[in-house]
Design a protein around this ligand. Structure first.
Ligand SMILES: Cc1cc2nc3c(=O)[nH]c(=O)nc-3n(C[C@H](O)[C@H](O)[C@H](O)COP(=O)(O)O)c2cc1C
Length: 315
């Protein structure tokens, strides 16, 4: 069996697969189930300082090609999250990535400070949700200045807990945004959040399917974009650790993400397509590929695309 373990921002994961933010409940027991189903770590849904209402139903439409969601990031507030995260951490299970969101730079700082009290392994900062634009305007991830300001604010409030900034594909130059957050002190980046927003029309009722009219696009179609953006960021900033997220359904998808530079691989919509056992299925497929290719340690594949170490990628 290949060794699937990786170290990301100083935190050890038994395998590179992490539950992406916003998928499957926010209770300690649901996270534990995800780990029992084979995930190397979990990411919470985005947590707000105070209670935040999401959008009205219907909030999700899915088919074999894509998912469109306008959940709108509902949350009971950071206090409730502290309880559930605390319970999960007491089990000393796989690492916890606490994902936070806010509408103002100072509120990112306050939320980060609160969530840092329960000592998650990593704090991920969602500056890239395309679903809350009505409330808060363009995501912070769309401007180098705003993205850096949030990063600095969070970094100064969380001590030595690693901070990962979740980037948006809806930008002209994602490498410039990655560089700005790295310069502002980010320990890593997550590439990427949903793309869009997009829209779908029910032609019988002549109205949008989602009550919110528009939603973020996720699922298999995202993967080539994520692969390209991860490759671009890795090439420009080779020392910046990356969580690769977007359309990963199979072991081959996960390995592809790692080859272009991801250390961890987020799985979101894949849970809808292949069920909660998706993590075990993907690690089994990674093992089968490693056996066929005689790869002993999956971490040796990280970024091989760039250095010609992978025999299929000799320049
Ligand atoms: C239903 C749903 C809810 C999501 N909620 C969040 C969220 O709360 N915070 C966040 O940072 N990303 C959220 N995302 C984005 C995912 O974490 C992920 O970045 C994106 O869906 C692309 O990966 P995937 O194709 O594997 O789903 C959500 C995605 C979906 C489908």
């Amino acid at each position: 069996m290949a060794d699937l373990s990786v170290t990301f921002c100083g935190v050890k994961f038994k395998n590179p697969l992490v539950l992406a933010s916003g998928i499957l409940g926010i209770t300690a027991s649901s996270w534990r189930n995800v780990v029992k189903n084979g995930a190397g770590g979990i990411t919470t849904k985005s947590l707000w300082l105070e209670e935040h209402r999401g959008h009205p139903n219907p909030v999700i439409i899915a088919n074999e090609h894509y998912m469109l969601n306008a959940v709108g990031v509902p949350d009971a507030g950071v206090q409730k999250a502290q309880e559930e995260c605390g319970k999960y951490l007491a089990w000393k299970s796989s690492p916890l990535i606490a994902n936070i969101i806010a509408g103002r730079v100072q509120d990112f700082g306050k939320t980060a400070e609160e969530i840092a009290k329960i000592k998650p392994h990593i704090i991920e900062v969602n500056i890239s949700c395309p679903n809350v634009e009505d409330e808060f305007g363009k995501p912070f991830a769309c401007s180098v200045g705003d993205a850096a300001a949030v990063t600095r604010e969070v970094k100064k409030r969380v001590g030595n807990i690693p901070v990962v900034i979740k980037l948006s594909p809806n930008v002209e130059n994602i490498v410039a945004i990655a560089r700005s957050v790295a310069d502002a002190g980010a320990d890593g980046v997550n590439v990427m959040n949903t793309i869009g927003p997009g829209m779908s029309i029910n032609i019988d009722t002549r109205t949008p399917v989602l009550a919110n009219k528009v939603g973020g696009l996720s699922g298999p179609a995202l993967k080539p974009l994520a692969v390209k953006y991860i490759a671009d960021i890795r090439r420009a900033l080779p020392k910046l650790p990356i969580i690769g997220t977007g359309g990963v359904l199979t072991g081959e998808d996960a390995i592809e993400m790692m080859m272009v530079g991801a250390t961890l691989v987020g799985v979101g919509t894949g849970v809808y397509y292949r069920g909660p056992q998706v993590f075990k299925k993907i690690t089994d497929e990674m093992q089968a590929w490693c056996k066929k290719e005689n790869v002993k340690r999956v971490r040796d594949l990280i970024g091989v695309f760039h250095n010609g170490n992978g025999r299929r990628f000799e320049p």
